[in-house]
Design a protein. Structure first.
Length: 115
């Protein structure tokens, strides 16, 4: 079992590409974030745009653009690389999303660290 970790969801909750938003307690701290399944890998970030601090999802659990190739902010249409969280289009170009550390064990995704 993963120690000092909080369960986010099962890997079965995410198609490829796909995303899943969550709000969980991690070491006594409320964490709002999301996981993206893309090209067989999983990435996790805080659900907060570096431009305004607003949530990124435009529909529950929907963080990707229509092509499923970039993370998209619902407020100002900023776009971010899935793999790095770097903004490549919009008002926060050059800034990045805050990455969350995750691990996968027995088809379950766990939050293991925050920035």
């Amino acid at each position: 079992m993963v120690s000092e970790a909080s369960l986010i969801c099962s890997t079965d909750n995410l198609s490829d590409p796909g995303s899943y938003g969550f709000e969980i307690d991690f070491n006594g701290q409320a964490v709002e974030g999301f996981v993206v399944h893309y090209d067989g890998q999983f990435f996790a970030y805080r659900n907060s745009c570096p431009h305004t601090g607003s949530p990124l999802d435009w529909v529950e659990h929907q963080f990707l653009d229509l092509d499923g190739t970039l993370i998209q902010c619902a407020v100002h249409d900023a776009r971010f690389y899935i793999e790095s969280g770097e903004c490549v289009l919009g008002p926060c170009v050059g800034e990045s999303l805050s990455k969350l550390d995750i691990s996968i064990e027995d088809n379950k995704i766990y939050l293991t660290g925050t920035p």
